[in-house]
Design a binder for this molecule. Structure first.
Ligand code: TXA
Ligand code: MG
Length: 324
C-alpha cells in the first residue's frame, strides 16, 4: 500500500465510495459512516440484511468521543488499555452517525484497529468509517486482499493490500449500554482481560448455549460458513468420525484436526491445525477457504478444547458447522 493509494482511499471515502482495508483482525469494507448513501452501498455490496449493525472505525479516543453521546469512564478505560486493537465498544450513538449503520439502534460499536496504514488512513480521513468484514453476507471473513477480491470483485472501489491479517478472527464486541457490561461476540481480547478492567462482565447467553442439535445445515444459524457441508466433533467423539469416514469411504473429505490420525481411504485428507490459539485463529479462515475451494464433499473439524483461550475460536467453528 503506497502513499498514493492512501490518498486515493481518503478521497474515495470523502466521495461516499467503498474502500476495503486491512486490520489486525480481518479486512473491512469501509464507507463514510456519516453519509447514508455511502452506508447503503456497504449493505448492497455485501448483500447484508439491514438488521445487522456495522462496526465504526476511528483513529482513536479523540475521534470516538465525537460519535457517541456518552463516552463513559468505562469506555475511556477500555479504549486506553485495548486500543488500537481488537475490541469494539458499543456506546450510545451520536446523531452524526447514519442510523442505518446501527440497523436503527440508538447505539454504535466503535473500534480503533491496530494496523499502521489503516490508522493513517483513519487519521487522514478524520472521521468515522463504517466497516463490516469485507465478505459477502454470511460467508467467511477475508484475511488477505486476495480474499476480498474473490468475495467482492468490482463491487468495491479500491482494495488496500496490507498483507495477511495478524489475528485472523473478528474483534471482541462488548456493550456498555446494558446494566452490566456484556460481551456480544468473543474475540482476541478475552473475558478475563475485560473483567480485570471493569469488574463484573457478563457474556451474552448465545455464547453459553453452545450446544445445537444435529439438525440440517439449513436450520442452523450458520455464519462465517463455507459452502461445503461442514461438521464439527469434539476430540472425544472420534468414534463418530471413524464411522462417518467408513460410510463415505469413496467421497473426498477434508478434516481440519489438531491431532493427526491415520486414515483408511486415500480420498480422505487431514489438514493439521496449530495447537496454539493465536496461530489457529490466524490460519482458520484461510484453511476453511482452501478446503471449500478444493471440491471436497465435506469438511470435518475437530473442536479445540473447551477452555477460555479457545472461546472465540470455538464460537466461530460452532457457527460455521453442524454437529457430526
Ligand atoms: O474485527 C472486526 O470487528 C471486523 C474488522 C473489519 O474491524 N469487523 C467486523 O464487522 O467484524 P462486522 O460488521 O462483520 O461485525 C458486526 C457485528 C454485528 O453482527 C454485531 O454483533 C456487532 O458487530 N455490533 C456492531 N454494532 C453493534 C451495535 N450497535 N450493537 C450491538 N452489536 C453491534
Ligand atoms: Mg462479518
Amino acid at each position: 500500500m503506497s502513499r498514493e493509494d492512501l490518498d486515493k482511499a481518503v478521497h474515495l471515502l470523502w466521495d461516499g465510495r467503498l474502500v476495503a482495508f486491512p486490520t489486525e483482525t480481518v479486512y473491512g469494507l469501509g464507507a463514510d459512516a456519516t453519509n447514508p448513501e455511502a452506508v447503503a452501498r456497504i449493505f448492497q455490496a455485501k448483500g447484508r440484511p439491514a438488521t445487522n449493525p456495522v462496526i465504526v472505525h476511528v483513529a482513536g479516543i479523540e475521534q470516538a468521543r465525537r460519535y457517541t453521546t456518552d463516552w463513559s469512564r468505562n469506555a475511556q478505560w477500555l479504549a486506553e488499555i485495548f486500543w488500537p486493537g481488537p475490541l469494539t465498544i458499543v456506546v450510545p450513538r451520536a446523531p452524526a452517525i447514519a442510523p442505518a449503520v446501527s440497523a436503527g439502534l440508538d447505539t454504535v460499536g466503535l473500534r480503533a484497529p491496530r494496523h499502521a496504514l489503516t490508522l493513517e488512513l483513519l487519521r487522514l480521513f478524520d472521521g468515522a468509517v463504517a466497516a463490516p468484514s469485507a465478505n459477502r453476507s454470511n460467508r467467511i471473513s477475508p484475511t488477505t486482499a486476495q480474499h476480498v477480491l474473490e468475495e467482492l470483485g468490482d463491487r468495491v472501489d479500491l482494495i488496500l493490500d496490507g498483507g495477511q491479517c495478524d489475528i485472523g478472527i473478528e474483534s471482541t464486541v462488548i456493550t456498555l449500554c446494558t446494566p452490566v457490561p456484556t460481551v456480544l461476540r468473543p474475540g482476541d481480547v478475552e473475558l478475563d482481560q475485560l473483567r480485570a478492567v471493569l469488574g463484573r462482565v457478563d457474556v451474552h447467553p448465545r455464547f453459553i448455549e453452545q450446544e445445537t442439535p444435529a439438525s440440517s445445515p439449513g436450520q442452523h444459524p450458520l455464519h462465517y460458513a463455507p459452502q461445503t457441508s461442514c461438521f464439527r466433533y469434539e476430540a472425544d467423539e472420534y468414534p463418530h468420525v471413524v464411522q462417518y469416514l467408513a460410510e463415505h469411504a469413496t467421497s473426498p473429505i477434508i478434516m481440519l484436526a489438531l491431532n493427526a490420525r491415520m486414515l483408511a481411504s486415500p480420498k480422505h485428507r487431514v489438514v493439521g491445525m496449530p495447537n496454539h490459539p493465536p496461530s489457529y485463529a490466524r490460519h482458520l479462515y484461510c484453511a476453511l477457504r482452501e478446503a471449500d475451494a478444493s471440491g471436497t464433499s465435506a469438511i470435518l473439524i475437530e473442536m479445540p478444547p473447551d477452555e477460555p483461550e479457545w472461546f472465540a475460536i470455538r464460537d466461530r467453528l460452532t457457527r460455521a458447522t453442524v454437529r457430526l
